[in-house]
Each structure stands twice: as structure tokens, then as C-alpha cells.
Design a protein around this ligand. Structure first.
Ligand code: ADP
Ligand code: NI
Length: 218
């Protein structure tokens, strides 16, 4: 693991405890993957490493989807935790702002906040939503919500509002068109873009195979 310190160790322990009941797409291993990728991107982008590490580790505690839509709970819990850890208040502020502005849902809104560290952690989180892992997470989420895999009658909805996106009950394949295939063009770091390109190609190949099998052609 990169960046070993008492603070990081304590944060990891806190996050593991908070996520003990999380569904499979949002569990500790999601955080670990995002953390590793974010550390790699931070180095290449020369971002402030501790801010990136803390934001990556804390970005998904108390997901609003599973807390009655309350989007302030995660950032609040993160701020409370960091307050117990002798972290510089300015750094707590940066980490909390990153967590508040990370999500794809919030990208529907014009964001006022931006920082190199936010870009790094958000790219790392978006990378985990695409490629082989992204596909696995999407179907896992769809299963958790009891969604159909695919229904040729139900067209993907582009240009959804944030409310429509949150309420959608569409089949999981639609999620590729509504989110996963859009992420490649939403990267803000150089390595993030390169990694996204490879994962994007893999999803395209996957979809082509999926439709071929659906028609009994492959
Ligand atoms: P974000 O925090 O960026 O808004 P989410 O929490 O919505 O992302 O998504 C977490 C994971 O669940 C991602 O891998 C995402 O692609 C997947 N997911 C979210 N909504 C759906 C959906 N409607 N169908 C399938 N997968 C989904
Ligand atoms: Ni995440």
C-alpha cells in the first residue's frame, strides 16, 4: 500500500468499519481500487498526496442512495472523523469539498469547486466504473435493484436530469449508454484518459458480444 502513516491506517480502519454492510459494488475493495489508482494518478499529476489519499478513502462512506438520498451525510461523517485525527483544518476542508463534488450525479450541476486533487480522485473513481470491473459493478448493482439485464424495447435515456437519473429503473445495459460509455470523455488527467480509453474499448467489445449472443449469432 502506498503512503503508510498512522493517519492513513486509522482512516482505512474507519472506512472498513463504515462500509461493513455496503453492497458489493461499493464495498471496501472499491475504495482500495480507487485509492491505488488515485495514488498513481496523484504521483503523475504531482497532486498533494495526503489530500488525495484521504479523499479517495473517505469518498463513499454513507452513500446517499442507501441513506434516503441524504447527500450531506458522507461529507459530514468524513469531516467529523478527520476532526478527531489532528488533520490541518485547511486540509479537512479540501477533502470534504472533494467528497461533496465527486459524484456523477453531481456532475449534472454546474460545479463551483475544482482542484487538481478533486480531478485525480474523481478520475480514479470513474475508472472503477468502467472496464471489466465497471461491467461487474453495473450488473451487481442491477441485481441488487432487481433490474432486467436488457430489454430491447426500453431505449436508453440520454440527457436525463439528476432526478430522472436517480429514479431510473431501466435495464442494466441502458446504464452503459446513460453513464459508462460517457465517462471516457469526462477524464481530467493524462493517465486517467489513457486508462479510460483501454477500458472503454473493452466495454464496446463486450456490448458487441452481448448483442451477438442475444440474437443467437455468436
Ligand atoms: P456515483 O457515486 O459516481 O454517482 P454511483 O454511486 O451511482 O456512482 O454508482 C456506483 C456503481 O454502481 C457504479 O459502478 C455505477 O456504474 C453502478 N450503478 C449506478 N447506477 C446504476 C444503474 N442504474 N445500473 C447499473 N449500475 C449502476
Ligand atoms: Ni466511489
Amino acid at each position: 500500500m502506498p503512503l503508510s502513516s498512522a493517519l492513513i491506517d486509522n482512516t482505512i480502519a474507519f472506512v472498513k468499519e463504515e462500509l461493513a454492510q455496503a453492497e458489493g459494488g461499493h464495498d471496501w475493495f472499491h475504495i482500495e481500487r480507487v485509492y491505488k489508482t488515485a495514488m498513481r494518478l496523484a504521483k503523475e499529476e504531482q497532486a498533494e498526496v495526503q489530500t488525495v489519499a484521504l479523499a479517495a478513502l473517505l469518498h463513499d462512506i454513507a452513500d446517499a442512495k442507501f441513506h434516503g438520498g441524504d447527500e450531506s451525510l458522507g461529507p459530514k461523517k468524513a469531516a467529523e472523523f478527520l476532526g478527531t485525527q489532528k488533520v490541518d483544518p485547511a486540509q479537512i476542508d479540501s477533502v470534504v469539498k472533494i467528497i461533496e463534488h465527486m459524484s456523477f450525479k453531481n456532475s449534472f450541476e454546474k460545479n463551483s469547486y475544482d482542484s487538481l486533487e478533486l480531478r485525480v480522485v474523481r478520475d480514479a473513481d470513474r475508472l472503477d466504473a468502467i472496464g471489466a470491473i465497471g461491467i461487474a459493478r453495473a450488473f451487481n448493482y442491477g441485481g441488487f435493484k432487481n433490474r432486467a439485464l436488457y430489454d430491447p424495447q426500453i431505449e436508453p435515456q440520454l440527457n436525463m436530469t439528476k432526478e430522472q437519473y436517480k429514479k431510473s429503473t431501466a435495464p442494466t445495459i441502458n446504464h452503459f449508454y446513460e453513464k459508462l460509455l460517457l465517462l471516457q470523455d469526462m477524464m481530467h488527467t493524462k493517465t486517467g484518459r489513457q486508462m479510460a480509453a483501454g477500458r472503454h474499448k473493452f466495454m464496446e467489445a463486450y456490448l458487441s458480444q452481448f448483442y451477438g449472443e442475444w440474437e443467437g449469432e455468436r
